[in-house]
Design a protein around this ligand. Structure first.
Ligand SMILES: Cc1cc2nc3c(=O)[nH]c(=O)nc-3n(C[C@H](O)[C@H](O)[C@H](O)COP(=O)(O)OP(=O)(O)OC[C@H]3O[C@@H](n4cnc5c(N)ncnc54)[C@H](O)[C@@H]3O)c2cc1C
Ligand code: FES
Ligand code: FES
Length: 490
């Protein structure tokens, strides 16, 4: 019988691991066990991109196709590799021939000390795998999670923007069919486990296996992308006894659209649903493009963003404003609640022992409805919010028939502003009414001061965002365009 080991391709070689501490990150595994030191450690917290590697996965929507995702290896646990192909900077060269992503760096003088270079090369490699002629905005999006301290970005961007006419000829293209066949075989294997240093990992394949696992061991820690959880290991030096990986659970990685709803599996990474959300709610799509970096969005999930119950998570205020619901699963039983009702107090939620988030349901917009989102952070990309304002308004003519305003960064939990909503509900939007709503907001929140912003700043900015929303609604042309802003800021 096949053993339940973690199996993946490292470049084109099958690797099987079983007796490894599952708290090990992919970066540590590469450098300390495989002695592949091309992948660098800068921050060990997902912020610099020096550790970027690429994971090729079977594309669920296109049978027989692979998808290449850049990820931060420093915040990805080694068990997450199961069933994927791990590609590192050492693997790109085909014989003596540098890969397009490497050669263009040479041609454009895109490397000085070189520490960041492997990460940039891997981000560029992933981009060119799906887009041979990326424009400047697409390159900026792909490279936003990579920092360079000495070369400067002009030459690196020029390198990545160069069309990759010959990338079909790289060694991965040559092995494409074999890779698909091998990864398909891996999918048939029983759910993998890992054990080392007294710590365990399991990756259930379906929701029943997951529910049984959690009922038997309710103290297990749920692991989705790990972009939040891994920091407890790399930054706080914690160790996690039992990790239960959700990324292979079929029911948690589904995506479905009905006539009225968008249903997103809790363990589906952002990059798989951003386009659909952008289509229905442009502000939401633009905001998700500002969650972390491409590497973070390729691993990070909605379940993780809600599950970590952070007061500054970006999705909860948006979901609350939209009136989204979430389905929770406990040992075969399911309940659906408003996202709004999930958060109880700082880091406290209604989730019961052994229960998990299965999916999130977002209502599709109907005529007269508008969602406005404002993320206030010090940088456009890869930055945590000081304040996030989400304002959903439904109007009949000028009259507001429904309004939900939710804020992040203003309280111990993401929450609505009932007093300010009450001022506006049932009336036509006027400047005088907006002024009253801004005053009422002081009854809804008593924000705190921390390293990101003072209480006074938070309140002032939140009040001003209500006014900004009003002004934008008055002027159809005033809608911000994040892509234009990214290009302008580069
Ligand atoms: C560099 C960087 C930038 C970031 N930028 C942003 C940002 O701009 N905005 C933002 O909001 N966040 C940001 N984050 C935080 C993080 O990326 C997001 O919160 C992400 O959505 C977490 O998802 P994950 O799948 O990686 O969660 P994980 O790390 O796997 O899990 C996070 C928590 O949720 C729990 N959990 C996971 N799935 C479930 C489930 N299905 N049911 C119940 N509990 C569950 C886990 O047990 C864990 O406690 C950033 C992180 C990094 C490293
Ligand atoms: S080492 Fe900085 S993002 Fe991984
Ligand atoms: S080349 Fe030195 S950090 Fe980029």
């Amino acid at each position: 019988m096949t053993k339940n080991t973690v199996r993946f391709l490292l470049n084109n070689d099958v690797v099987t691991i079983e007796n490894i501490d599952p708290n090990l990150t992919v970066l540590q595994y590469l450098r300390e066990i495989q002695f592949k030191s091309g992948t660098k450690e800068g921050c060990a917290s997902g912020d610099c991109g020096a550790c970027t590697v690429v994971l090729a996965e079977l594309d669920k929507d296109n049978v027989g196709q692979l998808h290449y995702n850049s990820i931060n290896s420093c915040i990805t646990f080694v068990g997450n590799l199961h069933g994927k192909q791990l590609i590192t900077v050492e693997d790109l060269k085909d014989g003596a021939k540098l890969h397009h992503a490497q050669q263009t760096i040479v041609d454009n003088h895109g490397s000085q000390c070189g520490f960041c270079t492997p990460g940039f090369v891997m981000s560029s490699f992933a981009l060119h795998k799906h887009n041979k002629t990326p424009n400047r905005a697409e390159v900026l999006e792909a490279l936003a999670g990579n920092l360079c301290r000495c070369t400067g970005y002009r030459s690196i961007i020029a390198a990545a923007i160069t069309a990759s006419t010959d990338s079909d000829e790289d060694s991965f293209a040559k092995h494409y069919q074999t890779t698909v066949a091998t990864l398909t075989e891996f999918q048939e294997l029983p759910s993998p486990v890992l054990a080392g240093n007294g710590h365990n990992f399991i990756a259930p394949k379906n929701i029943d296996e997951l529910a049984i696992e959690l009922t038997n061991e309710p103290k297990s820690t749920l692991l989705a992308g790990g972009t939040d959880l891994a920091l407890s290991v790399t930054q706080n030096l914690a160790t996690i006894n039992k990790l239960v990986y959700l990324g292979n659970v079929a029911e948690l990685t589904n995506f479905e659209e009905t006539d009225t709803e968008i249903i997103i599996g809790s363990a589906l990474p952002y990059s798989k649903f951003i386009d659909t959300l952008h289509h229905y709610y442009p502000d939401l799509g633009e905001m998700i493009e500002r969650i972390g970096s491409k590497q973070v969005r390729n691993n990070g999930t909605l379940g993780g963003n809600i599950g970590n119950a952070s007061p500054i998570g970006d999705m909860p205020p948006a979901l609350i404003a939209l009136g989204a619901t979430m389905t929770l699963h406990l040992n075969g039983n399911e309940r659906t609640i408003l996202v709004e009702d999930y958060f109880v107090d700082y880091k406290k939620t209604v989730l019961k022992s052994a229960e998990f988030i299965k999916s999130v349901q977002i209502p599709k917009p109907t005529p007269g409805q508008t969602l406005k989102l404002y993320k206030i952070s010090k940088r456009i990309d890869d930055d945590i919010s000081a304040v996030l304002a989400a304002i959903f308004i439904e109007q009949q003519g000028q009259k507001i028939t429904n309004i939900r305003m939710a804020f992040g960064g203003m309280a111990a939990i993401p929450k609505r502003a009932p007093a300010a909503e009450g001022v506006l509900h049932g009336y036509s939007l006027t400047k005088a009414l907006v002024t009253q709503a801004k005053v009422a907001l002081t009854n809804d929140f008593q924000p705190m001061s921390d390293v990101r912003a003072s209480d006074k700043y938070r309140m002032t900015v939140a009040q001003n965002l209500i006014e900004k929303c009003y002004l934008e609604l008055q002027s159809a042309n005033a809608r911000k365009n994040i892509e234009t802003r990214v290009v302008n800021h580069a």
